[in-house]
Ligand binder design. Structure first.
Ligand SMILES: C[S@@+](CC[C@H](N)C(=O)[O-])C[C@H]1O[C@@H](n2cnc3c(N)ncnc32)[C@H](O)[C@@H]1O
Length: 310
């Protein structure tokens, strides 16, 4: 029986089927970064669908659907709807400095994130540090430093990046180029130093060259470290706001959330890049879990998720 002939009296079932199809389309199995999340989402919807489906369809029918992805047209329409909704609900920051910064400083900052950063910084609950995971060439770090200055906040910014820009420690040549990925990463790191020194005088971030896991281990131990500008800083204590934009694998982001949660102030914020409904990174399940977490409230999706700790 064709999937579109499922009885109309089973709307929740059909929703779950569409969800399954969406999971397949959004997270191809070939993408190792998304594999865990894809499997988890498939399991979740499979179980829900199996619970709801009338027996004549049953679990076998679910598995067929899982393998078959029977609703390509509906999946496309839902994807399109999500992208349009994300675009429509995005608010952008009207800030001349951020505009000029964006012309000169390479980076991957979603314009909606600058608006969310501005919101978080205006509402910071304390003078405790702000943390950024994933700095690349310094665009988001410079935006955060600017907004701290603009709103008269003296909170220090700590950033961490291991400049593994592919997230997979690729060492070969970039396709169609004589340049290798490590050479590219060195260039990006040098751009970070130059851009931050130029655009954030007065409140330059403390930048620790490490993965987020190493950074939070050091933070937890209150270690004294030397940043990439050669300054000594002591890590540790509470955090008032964290911007999560490092490696985008679901497992890594979950661990980062847990590390931040352990030291986030009550009333503190956490903003996840690429967490919008239409993002291909597969963070939606984690975002749903945090939405359901009694300790957090969703401030808004712009289109990425900004949470406040209760
Ligand atoms: C999307 S980019 C960050 C973009 C940046 N926030 C901006 O505004 O342009 C992701 C960055 O995360 C870094 N990264 C990769 N793996 C990481 C890890 N395990 N911990 C911290 N950063 C990581 C990469 O080197 C890269 O610079």
């Amino acid at each position: 029986m064709a999937a579109n002939k499922l009885p109309a009296r089973e709307p929740i079932c059909i929703l779950e089927m569409k969800e399954l199809n969406r999971v397949h389309r959004r997270m191809p199995a070939a993408d190792p970064l998304c594999e865990d999340e894809r499997k988890a989402e498939v399991r979740y919807h499979l179980h829900r669908a199996a619970d709801i489906l009338p027996t004549q369809f049953g679990a076998v029918r679910c598995i067929n659907l899982e393998l078959g992805s029977r609703y390509p047209m509906i999946g496309n329409l839902i994807g399109l709807y999500r992208r349009v909704r994300d675009a429509l609900r995005r608010r952008t920051l009207d800030d001349e400095f951020v505009r000029w910064l964006g012309y000169a400083n390479a980076g991957m900052l979603n314009p909606g994130n600058a608006w969310s950063m501005d919101y978080a910084i205006r509402h910071l609950p304390s003078g405790h540090p702000v943390v950024e995971i994933g700095s690349f060439a310094g665009l988001s770090a410079n935006v955060i430093c600017h907004l701290l200055r603009k709103h008269g906040r003296r909170n220090a910014l700590f950033t961490c990046d291991n400049w593994d820009v592919t997230g997979q420690q690729k060492a070969g040549h970039i396709d169609g180029s004589v340049l290798t990925f490590p050479e590219y990463a060195d260039y990006v790191r040098a751009s970070f130093l130059r851009s931050v020194e130029f655009f954030s005088p007065g409140n330059r971030p403390y930048t620790i060259e490490s993965s987020s896991a190493e950074f939070f281990a050091k933070w937890g131990h209150g270690e004294s470290v030397t940043d990439i500008f050669g300054r000594t800083a002591r890590l540790g204590g509470s955090i008032s706001f964290c911007y999560v934009d490092g490696i985008h694998s679901c497992d890594a982001v979950r661990r980062e959330f847990e590390s931040v949660d352990a030291c986030l102030d009550t009333g503190g914020f956490i903003l996840f890049d690429d967490s919008s409904d239409s993002s291909p990174f597969g963070l939606s399940r984690l975002m749903r879990e945090i939405r359901g977490h009694a300790g957090y409230e969703l401030v808004h999706q712009n289109p990425n998720c900004l949470f406040r700790k209760r």
